[in-house]
Design a binder for this molecule. Structure first.
Ligand code: GLY
Length: 416
């Protein structure tokens, strides 16, 4: 707990950058200026169109990913957001080039992430493109991507299966139909393709997935289990556990963020008030949590080192740090989701807008926002990919950047 306080107080000054950076300079403009400088560096060092920037290697070089992972859509998506902000054709050309390089991922069926990959890239491309021929090409790719997503939807279970067979941390459970909370992010693609084709099968699957997830992935306080494993024949819940969180009963911060985002988008797409109520409760858990640091950038899990939470993996043996790392990616995606949520919730929306604004101010501070020319070209510092896997701890992550830019654009739009 003392460790928590030390890191919290050392980072809590993040929100002061606006004054340290010239007083009344507009936050969104300032952050996009940094983004342009950083991604100019990123583009200079990323010439191989089969390697999509994801994070840094220990030597500071950029670590890329191929088209079959889950993060490859975020770099093209971030380029589209920069173009959306500055309307500079140079950025559009880069966005198109990196988006086109992803095309074969429309056949990604070995895990659930095809929605993330293709909607963050091609979804933004189709939204911002004016050329009909290109729009038609992008739409065909999105339709195939949705077909790929549906190969993992088994009607008797009514959910999209996230991963193939996988062992849990305690080594006792073989998950055979694991569904993770992150999977909510794949649903946006399905709604889009139903609208595009007039075929309801995509959105029907999304609604079934969201309903079952709402029932089985949440505790009574609206915190999330990371993984729910189902019986592939009956659809019965077999296990509620974690994969990237601290313990089975803890709340992995990014998972909670995915849930806020997922149920907000469900409300946007269906206008069913039950999703709105759910999104609010899930967001309330995040913003009211006693362990959320003052600057509102969460630790990688809300319950790290807390009494009553016991990992099934060797936390003590593995932990080499004398502080609990934050996860700026959880913060940026939660901010983006809460900004959208604030637009659906009238007076109450101020609560979500204010929380998101505080997060954005923290992320715009020197503690999190890279000084131009540093951070290997990434925009944000201090994200955590998977602590239990000893992977990507307190590093830049491409999806933190992506949702940060998205949140800034949403913030600008709301502020007018
Ligand atoms: N969707 C994987 C993650 O959030 O780490």
């Amino acid at each position: 707990m003392i460790k928590n306080l030390i890191i919290a107080s050392s980072i809590a000054v993040g929100g002061t950058l606006l004054s340290s950076c010239g007083g009344n300079k507009d936050m969104v403009k300032q952050d996009f200026e940094v983004a342009e400088k950083q991604y100019t560096i990123m583009l200079d060092q990323s010439k191989d169109l089969t390697s999509f920037p994801r994070t840094t290697n220990p030597d500071g070089s950029v670590k890329g990913t191929d088209i079959w992972d889950w993060t490859q859509g975020f770099f093209p998506g971030a380029l589209w957001y920069i173009y959306e902000f500055n309307q500079d054709p140079k950025w559009k050309a880069e966005a198109e080039k990196w988006t086109d390089a992803l095309e074969q991922a429309k056949f990604l069926t070995q895990h659930h992430d095809v929605g993330f990959v293709m909607y963050c890239s091609y979804g933004n491309a189709v939204r911002l493109e004016k050329d009909t021929a290109k729009i038609n090409k992008y739409n065909k790719i999105l339709i195939q991507s949705a077909e790929s997503a549906l190969t993992r939807y088994y009607p008797n279970v009514g959910l999209i299966k996230s991963w193939n067979d996988k062992m849990s941390w305690d080594g006792k459970t073989l998950w055979t139909y694991p569904v993770i909370i992150d999977n909510m992010m794949n649903l946006e693609l399905l709604f889009y393709v139903s609208k595009l084709t007039g075929d309801p099968k995509y959105k029907d699957a999304a609604i079934s997935h969201a309903d079952k997830t709402m029932k089985n992935h949440f505790r009574s306080d609206y915190s999330t289990y990371h993984v729910v494993d189902y019986d592939a024949k009956t659809g019965e819940v077999l296990h509620q556990q974690t994969n990237q969180g601290y313990s089975d009963n803890s709340t992995w911060s990014r998972g909670q963020g995915w849930a806020i985002y997922g149920y907000t988008l469900m409300y946007r797409e269906t206008k069913d008030p039950k999703y709105l109520e759910h999104a609010k409760k899930v967001a309330d858990f995040f913003i009211n949590h006693p362990n959320l640091p003052k600057d509102k950038i969460p630790y990688w899990d809300f319950n790290v080192e807390q009494e009553g939470y016991t990992p099934d993996w060797d936390y003590k043996g593995q932990n080499k740090l004398n502080y609990i790392p934050r996860d700026a990616s959880a913060a940026s995606l939660a901010a983006s989701a809460m900004l959208e949520l604030s637009t659906y919730t009238g007076e109450e929306g101020k609560k979500y807008f204010n929380a998101a604004e505080e997060i954005l101010k923290s992320l715009s501070g020197t503690e999190y926002l890279a000084a131009p020319g540093t951070n290997s070209g990434f925009i944000l510092k201090h994200s955590t990919g998977s602590f239990p896997h000893n992977s990507e701890i307190d590093v830049p992550l491409i999806y933190a950047d992506y949702y940060f830019l998205e949140a800034l654009l949403r913030y600008k739009k709301i502020k007018g």
